[in-house]
Design a protein around this ligand. Structure first.
Ligand SMILES: Nc1nc2c(ncn2[C@@H]2O[C@H](COP(=O)(O)OP(=O)(O)OP(=O)(O)O)[C@@H](O)[C@H]2O)c(=O)[nH]1
Ligand SMILES: [Mg+2]
Length: 350
């Protein structure tokens, strides 16, 4: 599954800009025709004008269709994001319409070429060329709303997180303010990327670290896995379900200090709900903000009151141990799937 690099989506020209681009190329092509015979010269000119402009318009439109990620090749998570952000039906329809318009423009050029071939009157040739231009303009103007839609969609999509579904992904969940973003920053050697979920106005952080030539991605879930299930819209449910396909593990943060403002009871309820929402994904629960604990973590870095692994992102306590545990849990989980076992290996339980 390819990584969708939303930032790389090309800008989409307006209908008017596409026509300008096409027709100015047409004029240039017409101006280059040299032929001593006036009738032949005009015929070639008219033919080249339509041919050159339609080729430019066709390739511009088709380029959009090919540069925009095809929904069939997206991870379910990306499709859920696209749907929430701009709507997959409009997405599909807009690209399909451009594809149609490109075909129509080439068809007009072909008809024009055939008509001109039989013509002997210079006036008629010019009229035929004007007609072809008129029909091309009308096709491109017809798809103006789709071009505008795509250009706006690009602005929305380019801030979405890019996640490689072929690499492990750690989904960081927990109530607001428990320290999810701080932990992603503490685990990531370089500054996490700031992205947007279409479900929330809050910023989301995507970080990563490399371990033994694999890239472990860390994604934040503000607005998604930080509040109770009630009053969730279908699109949010779809995105949550899709997390199951990219998440190798859910790392659930509890803030036992309650400094984040959510009582432990509510945090534990949320934990239960998250476990139910993502039944297939392994879940690891840790206690955050250990620097504020009344009783310090034990020798193994666990909260003596809960037995959970504890960390402090701001002080750097327990971060490397957590990283190790994440890496080994993800490896164990992958190896229980017989299909991913290296050749010659056997499942431990067989
Ligand atoms: N003392 C202490 N404070 C922390 C720790 N981790 C995070 N914080 C503080 O807790 C607050 C919330 O941290 P964030 O990382 O933004 O929490 P979040 O879960 O991403 O919050 P939302 O994205 O709003 O849901 C900030 O003021 C952090 O400085 C920690 O380990 N110790
Ligand atoms: Mg955050």
């Amino acid at each position: 599954m390819p990584v969708t690099v939303w930032k790389a989506l090309p800008t989409v020209l307006t209908a008017e800009e596409i026509l300008d681009k096409g027709f100015s190329r047409g004029s240039a092509a017409g101006a280059h025709v040299i032929d001593g015979n006036r009738m032949f010269r005009n015929r070639k000119q008219m033919s080249r004008m339509v041919q050159a402009s339609s080729e430019v318009i066709d390739s511009t439109l088709r380029n959009y269709v090919s540069k925009w990620p095809s929904l069939d090749q997206q991870s379910e998570f990306d499709v859920a994001l696209i749907d929430a952000a701009v709507g997959v039906d409009d997405y599909r329809h807009s690209l399909g319409t451009l594809q149609w318009a490109a075909g129509q423009v080439m068809r007009i050029a072909e008809q024009n070429r055939k008509k001109l071939r039989r013509m002997v009157h210079i006036d008629t040739m010019h009229r035929t060329r004007r007609e072809a231009y008129g029909r091309i303009s009308s096709i491109v103007n017809q798809v103006a709303p789709q071009l505008d839609w795509l250009n706006n969609a690009r602005d929305t999509l380019k801030v979405l997180p890019s996640i490689d579904s072929s690499e492990p992904c750690i989904v960081v969940a927990g109530a607001p303010n428990v320290g999810k973003s701080a932990l992603i920053a503490a685990l990531s050697p370089s500054e996490p990327v700031v992205a947007a979920y279409p479900f929330t106005t809050r910023q989301l952080h995507v970080g990563h670290f490399d371990h033994r030539r694999r890239r472990y991605q860390l994604v934040d879930t503000p607005g998604l896995l930080d509040r109770p299930l009630e009053d969730r819209n279908p699109i949010e449910m779809q995105a949550i379900a899709a997390l199951e396909h990219i998440g190798s593990i859910v790392l659930f943060l509890l803030d036992p200090t309650e400094h984040g403002g959510t009582a432990m009871v509510a945090q534990e309820n949320l934990l239960e709900e998250v476990a139910e929402m993502l039944p297939q994904t392994p879940l690891m629960v840790i206690d955050a903000k250990s620097d504020l604990f009344e009783q310090p973590p034990d020798a193994e870095g666990r909260n003596p009151l809960t037995g959970h692994r504890s960390i402090s992102s701001t002080e750097g306590f327990g971060i490397e141990d957590l990283r190790e545990e994440l890496v080994s849990r993800i490896a164990v989980d992958e190896h229980t799937d017989p299909l991913t076992l290296p050749e010659g290996w056997h499942r431990a339980d067989q």
